[in-house]
Ligand binder design. Structure first.
Ligand code: PLP
Length: 470
């Protein structure tokens, strides 16, 4: 039984701690990241004692939460520029809290009619934005990797309908650029095609699919005695944040009757920005698309959409019966479309952000991040010692500091050790770069200047002198 008064006190304390946490993070008053070794951190937080003895009370909880928050990574911090996870907006955070209390696993409609209906309407909105309209279908799932797997399962069902019952034919192939997110190749392995069934597409030096190379790629697949199951393009790619030419690639797929899958996990949210929507031109040609809300729609991990142009394609992806669950659909059971059985109320956090900020507000967030990244690129290209291999199209920018032999990964590590900036890193054209992903609305021009100062300083401090770069 819950002690309601105890819950209310703990909840109030949580809100107070989190409010202070977001405030100090947003204002950059603390390190952006701390990474103590796990044993030290476990001892600091008293984890083993709490697990073995229990007995946490209001005071113990407050102390624990303070330590827990202080030792984590701060997504709201202006110096958070690492991976594609946002500083969640508060309406979405409220949804997580509501889910934590109500726990309506709504893949079966009757287990959460309001949650299921919210997901249904959020999906309809997404389908509309994408251009799939009323004949499209979708489902929300726990993350982009699972979403890619689900979409490619739908592709497999379309090309090899008996694969579910009889096993996977040995002649299926997947066409994808080496720059595709690793979950694409992983999906090929999980789906039983095997990694070797992934035929790499030709790209330009920045990893974008070269549409002129597509006929030869298809020819290679056919000469190897294989059938294309799907062709995957990125909008945008994880490493560089650059968009593939969806219209050219989609046109080719339509002409050759190849399932066209677009990984829009990161970049599909640009649909909400008038200024950037053109990057997704041709998206409506896709047979399937994934779109992560936990990247650019400011919701916490995880909430990803799998969208298909023809609703039936998703229903055919999974072909199963379970007498204890699959009966008497009282509205909109999504269980037949997902890997998950129990599934969180993923739609609610997207819905509350939309309802609170409006499509326009979310579009402004996307455009704001893209603009900040562009300013970082401008500032970096103007500074001695920095080099940038391309003009960014999204909120992801890659750059290097110093001469060709400067170890960029080591430079990143030094920044993390200092707790001043948290960047990620990626290879572009086989060369390691620093990678900034602008996710926090608190990242401003002062932050960008300070970042470049800090990169130059740690680079120089270690005896690395700025050179020509590459
Ligand atoms: C383009 C792309 N696809 C898929 C994924 C995987 O998404 P998730 O981390 O939600 O599994 C990512 C993650 O960064 C991504 O950038």
């Amino acid at each position: 039984m819950w002690d309601i008064a105890e819950f209310e006190r703990a909840a109030h304390a949580t809100v107070a701690s989190l409010s202070a946490y977001v405030d100090e993070s947003t204002r950059g008053l603390t390190p952006v990241i701390r990474t103590r070794p796990p044993a030290e951190l476990s001892a600091l937080l008293g984890l083993r004692r709490w697990i073995s003895e229990g007995g946490m009370d209001q005071e113990g909880y407050r102390d624990f939460l303070a330590g827990y928050l202080a030792e984590g990574t701060r997504m709201h911090h202006p110096a958070y520029l690492a991976h594609q996870c946002p500083a969640p907006d508060f309406p979405a955070a409220l949804a997580d809290f509501v889910h934590g209390v109500t726990n309506n696993p709504m893949a079966i409609y009757e287990m959460g009619a309001s949650a299921a209906t919210v997901e249904f309407e959020v999906l309809r909105w997404m389908l509309d934005k994408v251009g799939f309209g009323v004949s499209g279908g979708g489902v929300l799932t726990h993350g982009g990797s699972l979403a890619n797997l689900t979409a490619l399962l739908a592709a497999r069902a379309a090309v090899a309908p008996s694969a579910w019952t009889d096993g996977v034919p040995a002649d299926l192939a997947l066409l994808a650029p080496p720059s595709a997110h690793y979950s694409v190749t992983r999906a090929a392995a999980i789906l039983g095609l095997g990694e070797r069934a992934v035929f790499p597409l030709e790209t330009d030096p920045l990893g974008r699919i070269d549409p002129a190379g597509l006929p030869a790629a298809l020819d290679r697949v056919r000469r190897a005695g294989r059938r294309p199951m799907a062709l995957v393009a990125s909008a945008c790619s994880t490493g560089t944040g650059l968009y593939d030419d969806l219209r050219a690639i989609g046109g080719f797929c339509a002409e050759h009757d190849v399932w066209f899958h677009v990984d829009g996990a990161h970049g599909a949210s640009a649909l909400l920005s008038e200024e950037h929507r053109h990057l997704l031109d041709g998206l409506e040609l896709a047979d399937s698309l994934i779109w992560d809300a936990h990247k650019m729609l400011r919701v916490s991990s995880l909430a990803a959409a799998v969208l298909v142009r023809r609703e039936g394609d998703l229903d055919r992806a999974f072909q199963q019966e379970a007498s204890y669950l699959f009966y008497g659909d009282r509205g909109f059971d999504s269980i037949g479309r997902t890997v998950e059985c129990s599934k969180a109320e993923l739609g609610l956090k997207i819905f509350l952000n939309l309802a609170w900020r409006g499509e326009r507000g979310l579009g402004e967030y996307v455009a704001g991040g893209y603009a900040t990244a562009h300013r970082l690129w401008r500032l970096a290209t103007a500074r001695p010692g920095f080099s940038c291999p391309y003009e960014p199209e999204s909120n992801i920018v890659c750059f290097r500091y110093g001469s060709a032999d400067v170890d960029q990964a080591a430079l990143r590590s030094r920044l993390i050790d200092d707790g001043t900036f948290y960047l990620s890193s990626a290879e572009v054209g086989g060369v390691r770069h620093l990678r900034a992903t602008v996710m926090s609305p608190a990242t401003d021009d002062k932050t960008l200047e300070a970042l470049l100062d800090a990169v130059a300083e740690v680079g120089d401090r270690a005896g690395d002198r700025p050179g020509t770069g590459r």
